[in-house]
Design a protein around this ligand. Sequence first.
Ligand SMILES: [Zn+2]
Length: 249
Amino acid sequence: MAYRAPRPHAVKHSALQNRLSRIAGGALFVLVMVVFAGIAERAIPPQHAPWKPLRLIDPVGAATRIKAARAGEDPAACRAILRRAGLEFSEVESRVPAPGCVIEDAITLDSGLAPMTPSKPVMTCKEALAVSLWERQVVQPAAYALLGEGVARIEHYGSYSCRRIYSAREGAMSQHATADALDVGAFRLTDGSTVSVLKDWNDPGPKGQFLRRVRDEACKVFGTVLSPDYNAAHNNHLHLDMAPYSLCS
Ligand SMILES: [Zn+2]
């Protein structure tokens, strides 16, 4: 049979149909995305939703670390989160104590958390925010759950220290050189007893379980977490810092 070309008006009709179906398809896609976004907004808890603002009343979750790092980069946002959580703090004047060591955007936490020994270590707002979140959502709940007591005091080996990593003569500067780290050595409980990283890390009982849990959960908050599991240099403390890369051991 000889070929018969389609009639001109039939071709026109088909092109219009194609265009309409493309528009309808696009509108349906947008509608589905809007509905999905609405469901996600309601269904996903804030600690797992990177687009929701960081709050210290939310437990730690999949998005906590990224949100803490992001909030910490913005001095005003960092302080607003602390204030909203009822924490009081004082500003620390920026200075360059030595080449390679800078204290900038730093504060001391004055009240609203378990006090520290030595008192009021100087930390960047970013580090102070992470420490506050960890204390409220990890340390205290773990202490009540595993030890039946709250934490009354956190003992530490310092935050700011102008030095290189491992106090070496050469190499990269430590996060401590910018007050972006805290070395936690022990927890004094409300009954007066102490849980020490040095003495209790390998304890199979509640004290050891508490220490390992606060280390594990710290990894969801801080950039780098080092414990006695990492090396002998950390056998008596948990190193908690806000370095942009991630290391948890
Ligand atoms: Zn350290």
